[in-house]
Design a protein around this ligand. Structure first.
Ligand code: ZN
Ligand code: ZN
Ligand code: FE
Length: 756
């Protein structure tokens, strides 16, 4: 009846991917109006369904636009189009979805404030001018405020704020950027800031943000509530403030993250390549580890052990407002005491951080689930996640998993992973769950993810370590349990993320994890697929005296290893008293408090201590980070070592390596050269072992995993050696190589085992 010369065509279009909760429907509505398309759009299943009717050319342009320029947070994975009989629709509608329609293939993530909202907060004529909680469909908090699905305001911590008339009008206006933006609010109706001193007295009179900046400029430490928890902030150029923060937080050495005003401010601190710049400015807005410039204007105390700095850009309107008053860089470290999880509730933060922070910049929008800042780095042009958290988690990954499972991860860098409908959902990093508060969060995150994904697990997957709290959690469940060996979980994580289903050689270099022989593994060559493995090689077992103490004080590891290498030259430990040295040796000879380990992490500790870099450490992997940091990258050559077989298992004996290092120390060779040669040696014995195992098993695929591969120098050297021998080498990008990725690997392995 209409368009006589231009007959109508009707298509049913279904789109899958990240298309719910990202403003896809209002976007479709606006494009439909623009192109004269009639019909409707609605959420259905894990995607969006569009019924579109228009003259052929208009319909083509509409679909082309949708595919080529979708909303910024969306990601189309699959699109299918079916021709339908013409209906003669009168208009274009957004149809409401039923809750039962929603099978989420992703959970909405917390997103950095968008350009348009930034314009609103700096536009004096806007009702959002200077408002710290401005957001829209393209940006703002999501996962951290979400209590249950569907993702509607009443199911978030915004439910206590009643929308004013103006906000309500925007929320209901399909052409508005804030159409169905669940956390939409304004100064009239939304959350408010509050500035308190550490005696809980409110500072009134001056505009809150101006006052907060004055305090920061005066060298004070502020606890600032953000998206997923509190930051402790201070002026990053003020060495005294940084020292105070370090001593109050009891964090003497661990690098502190910096928030920089904008890209220009980042570039004054670090060498920034294109991939790093893109990552910094992405909606997830993570911390990015980058090389510090020689003339970096920030004091060395920010990251005393490392040539790298962890930097992020402001990601909430509040952060941007803080930077409007003339500062360029703020220290922005997690708001917690060392070893404790991040604070995220006002009362608790006021209680626990009152002797750390001078002032508190709070607000009354509750955080439901705490989530730290994510940490990434760029390796050879590709991003690698080191800590999966805000803006990135929960990570949904189409793994093709058949079973509904809950994998419980390790213990120190805990995470959990669920599977439902083929997808794996990996939680955020939750720190060391030995801490009771972290364990509480851990249990809450499991419950929350089960609820959000509507998973009914048929089994719980756990580590083999009986004392890990994650294992104990599994044992408390009445369901079936599946144990997955720690390093096989690392290997499986790397295989699954690289979609590798055949046989592979896994080189797993790690700190500690219990092996199937009950010993502490960590320098492993595993052969297998997702269904199972055998141990084809290892760093030879060495006796380690002192248990956890040896991990905290790497000189103890060095004494243990050097004794067994027959090189008892204790003169190199200038700061350790003779009595302590003797005690360790005697205990070692008597076999007191000793265990055998094949850990690569301990070998790094040993060498770091021999070079006098780190007799004791204050944070995880400090000794290895220091060793990587001083290593002379360009140096050629390596130390001797031995490779032989015990039964079917290849052994890498590194005692002659330690001899070589000691010889060089005695000669007075530079520590940086020795560290470089050590890295070369590790790459050499790795490549030689892989070649031998490859000949034996006829396998050319190699996966690299385990926490030691956070060391980019080691990763790069091993990659080069293996690739020039034509191996197919896979490493981590989406999932952490450290224990934060163990839950993901446990899930992939358990699903395959169950399928068999
Ligand atoms: Zn926005
Ligand atoms: Zn309002
Ligand atoms: Fe591990």
């Amino acid at each position: 009846m209409k368009n006589d010369g231009n007959p109508l065509v009707r298509y049913a279009v279904s789109i899958n991917g990240i298309v719910q909760g990202v403003g896809f429907r209002p976007y479709i509505y606006n494009r439909a109006v623009e192109f004269g398309v009639k019909g409707f759009v609605k959420n259905a299943g894990s995607g969006v369904v569009i019924d579109a009717e228009a003259p052929r050319q208009a319909l083509k342009s509409f679909i082309k636009e949708m595919v080529q320029a979708p909303p910024p947070l969306s990601q189309i994975e699959k699109i299918s189009i079916r021709r339908q009989e013409v209906q003669n629709f009168n208009d274009f509608k957004i149809l409401e979805s039923q809750e039962s329609d929603q099978i989420l293939s992703f959970i909405p993530k917390d997103t950095a404030v968008c350009e348009k909202c930034l314009k609103d907060i700096s536009d004096e004529s806007s009702r959002w001018f200077g408002y710290a909680f401005t957001n829209c469909t393209d940006c703002g908090p999501r996962y951290s405020i979400l209590k249950k699905l569907p993702y509607d305001r009443c199911n978030t911590s915004m439910d206590s704020f009643v929308m004013c008339e103006a906000c309500s009008a925007e929320y209901n206006e399909p052409s508005s950027r804030r159409f169905h933006a669940q956390p939409v609010c304004c100064p009239e109706c939304g959350p408010q800031l509050q500035l308190l001193n550490n005696l809980k007295q409110e500072l009134r009179g001056t505009a809150v943000i101006k006052k907060a900046v004055q305090l920061l400029k005066a060298g004070c430490i502020l606890a600032v509530k953000g998206i997923g928890g509190f930051h402790l902030m201070c002026d990053a150029q003020n060495a005294q403030a940084i020292e105070a923060l370090r001593s109050r937080k009891r964090r003497p050495d661990k690098p502190l993250a910096v928030m920089a005003k904008d890209m220009a401010a980042v570039e004054k601190l670090c060498e920034v390549d294109d991939a790093e710049a893109k990552l910094l400015q992405s909606p997830a807005s993570p911390i990015v580890l980058m090389n510090r410039k020689h003339d970096c204007p920030l004091p060395k105390q920010i990251a005393p052990d490392s040539s790298k700095l962890g930097i992020m850009l402001p990601y909430t309107p509040l952060h941007h407002l803080l930077f409007k008053e003339g500062m360029n860089w703020l220290v922005a470290t997690s708001g917690n005491k060392s070893g404790l999880p991040i604070e995220y509730q006002n009362d608790e933060a006021l209680k626990h951080l009152s002797d750390t922070a001078d002032y508190f910049l709070l607000h009354n929008r509750d955080i439901n689930i705490p989530i730290d800042d994510s940490v990434f780095k760029v390796f050879r042009g590709q991003k690698q996640v080191s800590r999966a958290a805000r803006g990135y988690s929960p990570l949904s990954f189409n793994m093709g998993a058949v079973h509904q499972l809950v994998a419980l991860g390790a213990e120190q860098k805990a995470s959990v992973c669920l599977s439902k409908g083929g997808y794996a959902y990996m939680s955020q990093y939750m720190g060391d769950i030995k801490n009771p508060k972290a364990y509480q969060t851990y249990k809450k995150v499991i419950d929350n993810l089960i609820m959000l994904t509507k998973t009914s697990p048929c089994a719980y997957v756990h580590d083999l370590h009986p004392d890990y709290l994650s294992t104990r959690y599994a044992m408390e469940q009445s369901m079936r349990k599946i144990g997955v060996q720690h390093h096989f979980a690392h290997m499986s994580a790397c295989m699954a993320e690289n979609r590798l289903s055949g046989m592979a050689i896994g080189v797993i270099y790690d700190g500690t994890g219990i092996g199937i022989d009950g010993k502490v593994w960590g320098g492993e060559f595993l052969v297998g697929n997702l269904e199972g493995f055998e141990r084809a090689g290892q760093l030879s077992y060495m006796k380690l005296q002192g248990g956890d103490k040896a991990v905290e004080q790497p000189w103890r590891t060095a004494v243990s290893y050097m004794s067994q290498a027959g090189i008892k030259d204790w003169g190199i430990f200038k700061n350790i008293n003779e009595y302590a040295l003797e005690t360790v040796q005697e205990a070692l000879e008597a076999g007191l408090n000793c265990h055998e380990t094949s850990s690569m992490g301990r070998l790094f500790d040993c060498v770091s201590a021999m070079l006098g870099l780190s007799h004791s450490i204050s944070y995880d992997a400090q000794a290895a980070i220091m060793l990587e940091n001083i290593a002379d990258y360009g140096i050629n050559g390596s130390y001797d070592y031995d490779i032989y077989y015990t039964g079917k298992c290849l052994q890498i004996d590194f005692r002659r390596l330690l001899e070589g290092i000691l010889r060089d120390i005695r000669k007075g060779r530079k520590a940086g050269e020795i560290a470089g040669l050590f890295h070369n040696t590790a790459a050499s014995f790795t490549a030689e072992a892989v070649e031998a195992i490859s000949r034996q098993y006829g396998i050319r695929n190699v996966v690299l995993s385990g926490g030691c591969f956070e060391n980019s120098l080691l990763l790069g050297l091993i990659l080069d050696r293996l690739e020039c021998k034509d191996f197919q080498v896979y490493f981590h990008k989406l999932v952490p190589c450290n224990d934060g990725g163990v839950s993901f690997g446990q899930l992939a392995a358990a699903d395959s085992m169950l399928r068999r």
